[in-house]
Design a binder for this molecule. Structure first.
Ligand code: ACM
Length: 542
């Protein structure tokens, strides 16, 4: 993650607004996109997140049995992106699609080029009669360009068995780069445990929408989910519970490394969170000596918050913090460790800042950058801290002002307003798996989650203090991949778009057309989604 995001020069240049582009010859009307008032989105722009600039022309590229995937230049990482693309395309097309380092003017071409305006994650995709060429400065840009290419192909391309095609990519040029460096999603694996394969499935869904950060909420009152060698009972005992009394679980270090590796292969950085000093009941059941009274706490499988606290005055607390953060830092190639800090209602107010001072010092000492929920702003955030705002419309001014003040003093802010970005908030309608989600921040419909501007959300927050946005998914009520998906889809793609796309592309009517066009892809991928009445879903997805 970059320290401060820089706006790409693409965004200040002339933008071709997707919403204003009007019809192109590929803007067929068969997607059921709906809004009569909105101009049809050209096929080349029918992508989420909306690209920064789309210039269609009339000559498409067609993938055939003779198409090579060319990745000249010998970069191992570029080659891996090409192999990833081949793995997506081969089963459905049935074509060989050989990956080759040979140069050539034909086929699917992935090129690394030192063009400054492509930035660290941007790309250019050019599609025409002989080739579709993705050019980027870095492999991350190639990977994001490949996600655009996937979405430009028919949804059946996602199938794992051969389909008839044709496999046509609309003609023209897409120029694209993200608005924000941090485009995150959080998964709470503490309230309910999710297996390595379930987390990988979510990672793949995030990658399709150019999300680049997976924040894993690894500990809470109901469970501790990572093996720690120096405190083995954290996982052995603290990991044996979850909401509702299920068996819980935890990741061994090798499993966790595999998650980090897999995420990196999809260009996501994993940010681990150990939530402290509250949300620690699982710790306090595993190690009685961490309680001020030395008595073990009972395991907790309910959903209340704010009742547990580490013992701030006792030195053994900081032995625990030091050991856990040291082992976590060793497992974390990324630069950030999240230390929670929210809802510490059982920690005496005067002790909270003392604890957070010491915990932040430990994170920095092990070479990592501190991230915390926005209550950290009311304590003493260290230099370089990232503050994650999770308030909502009813959050008091004083709390918001603390965040703004911390930002003015140098902190960077990730926005996760609970009444827009929390994917576990219920929709206004009952979903077809009933009773999923919570509603303490209100019901959040698809438009509400999409229709806000991270750059203007908190009054007085300097625009360049916004590092990005994150969509958390808390799992008090969710215990399967299908349940995660019903809450994440269709809201996740809109939040991903807020993180990636220039503000000038923001248009609800155009967005809902593009969103509707995603549904057949979700059907092929087996992603269960909520058919919000705000979107005219295509009949094929019925
Ligand atoms: C939170 O929702 N307690 C960060």
């Amino acid at each position: 993650m970059n320290p401060r995001h820089t706006r790409s020069s693409l965004l200040v240049g002339s933008l071709l607004l997707i919403a204003a582009t009007g019809v192109s010859c590929f803007a067929d009307s068969g997607d059921g996109g709906g809004a009569a008032s909105a101009p049809a989105v050209p096929a080349l722009g029918r992508v989420i997140p909306a690209p920064a600039s789309v210039t269609p022309h009339e000559v498409p590229y067609r993938i055939t049995s003779a198409t090579p995937i060319r990745v000249p230049g010998g970069s191992r990482k570029a080659r891996e992106v090409a192999d990833y693309l081949a793995d997506v395309l081969r089963p459905s097309t049935g074509y060989a699609l050989p990956v080759t380092a040979d140069t050539g003017a034909d086929g699917i071409r992935l090129l690394l080029a030192d063009e400054a305006d492509l930035g660290t994650e941007g790309y250019r995709l050019e599609s025409g009669e002989r080739a579709v060429t993705i050019t980027a400065r870095r492999p991350a840009g190639l990977f994001h360009g490949v996600q655009t290419l996937r979405q430009l192909l028919p949804p059946a391309v996602e199938a794992r068995t051969a389909r008839p095609g044709p496999w046509t990519v609309p003609g023209g040029t897409v120029r694209d780069a993200p608005r924000y460096a941090y485009r995150g999603a959080m998964l709470d694996v503490a309230r309910h445990f999710f297996t390595v394969d379930e987390v990988k499935r979510y990672i793949d869904q995030l990658a399709l929408y150019k999300v680049n950060t997976l924040h894993l909420h690894l500990s809470d009152d109901q469970g501790w989910r990572l093996a720690v060698d120096s405190w083995p009972d954290l996982a052995a005992k603290g990991g044996a519970t979850e909401v509702g009394g299920g068996k819980g679980g935890y990741y061994t270090k090798d499993q966790y490394r595999e998650l980090v590796r897999y995420a990196a292969s999809r260009y996501l950085e994993v940010i681990p969170e150990i939530d402290m000093p509250g949300h620690t009941n699982a710790v306090l059941t595993a190690y009685p000596k961490l309680n001020c009274d030395g008595e073990a706490r009972e395991p907790y499988t309910g959903t209340k918050v704010g009742f547990s606290s580490l013992c701030v005055p006792e030195e053994i607390t900081y032995d625990f913090v030091d050991d856990v953060i040291r082992e976590l830092a060793e497992l974390t190639p990324g630069e950030v460790i999240h230390i929670g800090g929210d809802e510490a209602d059982a920690t005496p107010a005067d002790e909270y800042a003392t604890f957070m001072d010491r915990a932040q010092e430990v994170v920095n000492r092990y070479g990592k950058r501190v991230m915390g929920w926005h209550q950290l702003a009311g304590a003493r955030p260290v230099d370089g801290a990232v503050i994650q705002y999770w308030g909502y419309d009813e959050t008091g001014d004083a709390e918001r002002e603390e965040v703004v003040r911390a930002a003015r003093e140098g902190a960077e802010v990730v926005l996760s307003p609970a009444d827009r970005a929390y994917l576990d908030m219920q929709y206004p309608e009952v979903t077809d798996i009933p009773y999923l989600g919570l509603e303490w921040a209100g019901k959040v419909d698809v438009r509400r989650s999409y229709d806000w501007d991270p750059g203007a959300y908190l009054d007085g927050l300097p625009a360049d203090a916004v590092l990005g946005i994150e969509a958390p998914l808390w799992t008090e009520t969710l215990s399967t991949s299908t349940e995660l998906e019903v809450m994440a889809f269709p809201r996740l793609p809109g939040l991903a778009e807020l993180g990636w796309s220039p503000r000038s592309t923001h248009d609800w009517d155009a967005y809902r057309q593009r969103l509707a066009a995603q549904a057949p892809r979700w059907d092929v991928l087996g992603i269960r989604y909520h058919r919000s009445p705000q979107v005219s879903w295509p009949a094929s997805a019925e």
